[in-house]
Design a protein around this ligand. Sequence first.
Ligand SMILES: [Zn+2]
Length: 534
Amino acid sequence: MYSSGKKKYSGVLKFNVMLTITTNAYNNNYNKSKNASPKNVSFGYRLPEKIFFELKDIPQMKCGCCGNDMLQYNEITSILKTFAAGSKRALENSALDRYRDSEAFSFLKKLSLKNPKVTIRGLLSNVQAGAEMRDLPPRTQIDIMHIALISDGITVKAPRVMQKLEKYKDCFSDDLKEVLNLMEIYALKYPKNTFSEIFRKPEIAEYHSNIATLNKKQLTLKKIDVFKKLRDLSVRLSPEDRKSLQETNSSAMAIMNMEYYKPHIKKGLVEDLYKSFMKNCSDKTIEDELMKTVDEFPYGIPYSDIFINSCNIERKTDMDIVKRFLNELQETEEHIMAQIAGGGNEKSNKILLCKKCNSERSSLPYPFFLRFHPEMKQNLQKQINKVITFIKHRKLVGYDDYPVDVKQNLLDQSDNILKINISKYLQYREEQAIQNLEMAKAELSGNEEKFKEASLRLDAINARLEEIMAIVRQIKKERHSVLDEYNSISSARTESQKRIKDSLWELRSVKELKEADVELNQSIKKKIKEANCF
Ligand SMILES: [Zn+2]
């Protein structure tokens, strides 16, 4: 269909193959974990290395409602970068026409000649280019920055954009699919332009603006016509029923004027209003006619005209247009109990939905919303199964109670329609608990054994200590008596020593007396002798 059709399909193929591989990987995980305890099987190589603390951070999640792949915010940012036009194409874009004769433009054109595929931002991030730019007059530098800013919003040309969006096509809402079909035709008609250029072409802008105005007029006329028929019908009713029908009509009008509800949602809400009116109406004969008339209500006009008009009015860039598509795929946290109804931010009040499904649900009650999305039951089960896989392999921390709590919350908020099966998870938890109990028991029996052993050893040591203490007591007693003996012997010894000292002293004094006596005797003898001589 486009110049490089081969490339287009290889891209789609790659995307599908990637999905299949990812899906199989998780299915395998799940099947294996049914048969074997996760302790014995390693899935680490399939699940990401990282550990997550928030549900919304788990990669490659699918919408819990439509089941489509979702993109995280940073993924959208990097995908958008692949849509950016190279400098050569960007400089050709009509958004830069007013700079075409400026010095800034010539400067960038010269840079672009060397690297035509690099974006203008890319060219300016080059060191040498930056230095050259600083030598230019201030006015030129400002112009260059303006051109760079505008170029951020310029994408590759229409056929390339279509080629790149192709792989996400099935994920878009019916409204955007309708726009995409129209864009496909325009891409063929104006292959050398980008989409914002195409949408702004006078013939296209005028055409869609006129059609949109016309459609709006027709919508209003049709509405007036149906309300008139309802009024005619009310004439046949009792005053009470007539008043009730008038009130129902005003409520229906209010719903039809709500901009954020999709046409099929409005239709459902309006039909419910009239059904509930009929329930209380005393005249049942008008039911068929009334419901047939209600069925004629128009709810919306073709979205492609509104889309193109709003792009022109809001001066959307090419990048804004692409973003509007990719944003529908963005992963968002859905509050099971809507915040407007008092729903909180707790984990158990959150599931993951793509922006398309999240905004469609808005704050509608689940029993009503599920009438349009019966597939949600199955897709939400798949999402919770994946979450359980992450919990089981300890890749999602702090969510052990999530499956049980979210199940209860979904039942409460959906009148028991959204029933999630978590029996396998509970079985796993039971097995875990049994395993923990067994481990604790084994640990206890090991400890009992050791305790017994230690007690015996302690008893033996105590006995030995008792023996030693008895010996110590005996020795102490012996010491006591020996000490008494020692003391008495010691004092006897002291006494003897004193006696020896006294005896010696006495002996010495007797000796002295004896010597003195001898001396005295001799002197007497001498004196006698001397006297005899005379
Ligand atoms: Zn979805």
